[in-house]
Design a protein around this ligand. Structure first.
Ligand code: FAD
Length: 418
């Protein structure tokens, strides 16, 4: 039986571990935290996942929270306009608002719930779970005793083994300051109270507010997630340690920049003491093969090798797609050695889908060109355009067909007589 070590128990590491276990591999999973520590710790993400990524979980029969998590049937965009001339510091008006329907629903299950649950399942099914924060020196030893070592440790220190791929990484600094608050008590969306949707609120030149339902440790909740352009008015969370202060700041910014979302937030309270998160990181694509001091090689997984800004909500989706792709590459390889050539080919197979996510996400971090503004505006008038945008979050490769190139965007809109 082939022996595989996976370091890091997040979306990709656990999904791979459970998938390989199911296919008869002898899997060891190393996590720097226990399930209880994860469950009672701080939130890590907003983790909204779309149909294709959720289907990979269903294929492994590990979508345990599907019936409890809110079904997200739509994805909407609101755009804030400039302030009134006589009130430059006053609440901004909303100049665009639409919602696209998703062909297959999305869901967000708090990673504290999911990762803790999956870790327990892995152990119950006979997997070897080791609680240890792995260092490079540990991996040097393990690379000699396992057929394959994969590093799925997210954006942690182990990424230092994987060099940055400059040709695929246009940014070398964080492009947004992130601030997340999980709340109970958010009011329904007046525009469509009958179904749940994510709303992406764009505040030009300032940043974005994402609002979405989730299933957290205390049941259904909503997430308020500010993405602020560094140095701008939303980049104010870095020194805030008190969760109550974090929420108060979140709400003050909503009152000014997205008053239509603030209007729903009169009764909100934090879900728990770990319900806030602030930080920032630079988007990056890395070399997929990590070289160990002793000469061994390890394969990077998901965020270790492709970490995009969460502005497009793709990291967990990509982690699921990466795990599914690697699972097939491992099985397809049979009993042959997992050498460096196989590792590079395995990553490139994943990159055929991941490249579209990276290209689109990096584009969304820059100020939108005129043809993109036209598309966003047109989606408010033409429902199929709104729907296509929404479903692009599930299949970002489709943006190649109508989003990046002004001529393709124009040709697409002209099919509606515009
Ligand atoms: C604010 C925010 C909002 C986001 N929103 C979304 C969204 O809506 N939709 C979406 O798809 N994505 C979203 N993402 C991205 C998504 O959360 C990540 O891309 C995804 O979790 C990556 O999965 P992963 O398996 O690569 O790593 P992770 O989920 O980060 O898991 C890595 C694990 O490895 C462990 N670890 C680290 N170092 C070690 C070590 N040395 N030894 C052992 N274990 C170690 C960590 O503790 C962690 O448990 C968001 C991210 C952020 C920060």
């Amino acid at each position: 039986m082939r022996k595989i070590l996976i370091v890091g128990a997040g979306q990709s590491g656990l999904q791979l571990a459970l998938g390989l276990q199911d296919r008869g591999y002898e899997v060891t999973l190393m996590s720097n935290r226990t399930a209880d520590e994860i469950r009672s710790g701080r939130v890590m993400s907003t983790q909204c996942m779309f149909h294709t990524a959720l289907q990979h979980e269903r294929d492994l029969d590990i979508g345990f929270w599907e019936s409890q998590a809110p079904r997200i049937d739509g994805l909407g965009v609101s755009v804030a306009g400039p302030p009134a001339e006589d009130a430059p510091e006053g609440p901004l008006p909303r100049i665009i608002d639409w919602v696209g329907k998703l062909d297959g629903y999305a869901q967000s299950v708090d990673q504290r719930v999911k990762m803790a649950g999956w870790m327990e399942t892995f152990a119950q099914r006979g997997g070897q779970l080791v609680i240890h924060g792995a260092a490079v020196s540990d991996l040097d030893f393990f690379a000699r005793t396992y057929d394959l070592v994969m590093v799925s440790a997210g954006k942690g220190e182990l990424v230092s083994m994987f060099g940055r791929d400059v040709s695929r990484s246009p940014y070398d600094a964080p492009q947004r300051a992130l601030a997340v608050a999980y709340v109970h008590g958010l009011g329904p969306r007046p525009e469509h109270p009958d179904y749940d949707a994510i709303r992406c609120n764009l505040v030009p030149g300032v940043g974005e507010l994402f609002v979405m339902p989730t299933l957290t440790t205390s049941g259904r909740a909503d997430i308020l997630f500010w993405e602020g352009i560094p140095g701008g008015p939303l980049d104010v969370f870095a020194g805030v340690k008190d969760p109550a202060e974090h929420l108060a700041l979140t709400l003050r910014l909503m009152e000014r920049f997205t008053p239509w979302e603030y209007a729903r937030a009169g009764k909100v309270e934090l879900t728990d003491g770990g319900g806030t998160l602030a930080g920032r990181y630079a988007p990056v694509v890395r070399n997929p093969v990590g070289r160990l001091p002793g000469g061994g090689a390890v394969l990077g997984v998901a965020d270790v090798v492709v970490a995009n800004d969460p502005i497009t909500g793709q990291g967990s989706n990509s982690a699921s797609k990466c795990a599914a792709s690697y699972l097939e590459s491992i099985t397809d390889h049979g009993d042959r050695p997992f050498d460096e050539t196989w590792m590079r080919n395995t990553f490139e197979r994943y990159w055929t889908t991941a490249q579209h996510v990276t290209k689109w996400t990096n584009a969304m971090l820059a100020p939108p060109p005129e043809h993109v503004l036209n598309l966003i505006g047109a989606a408010g008038q033409i429902q199929p355009v709104a729907d296509r945008f929404a479903n692009g979050f599930d299949n970002p490769a489709d943006f190649e067909n109508f989003f990046f190139d002004p001529e393709k965007a124009g040709a697409y809109l002209s099919t509606f007589g515009g």
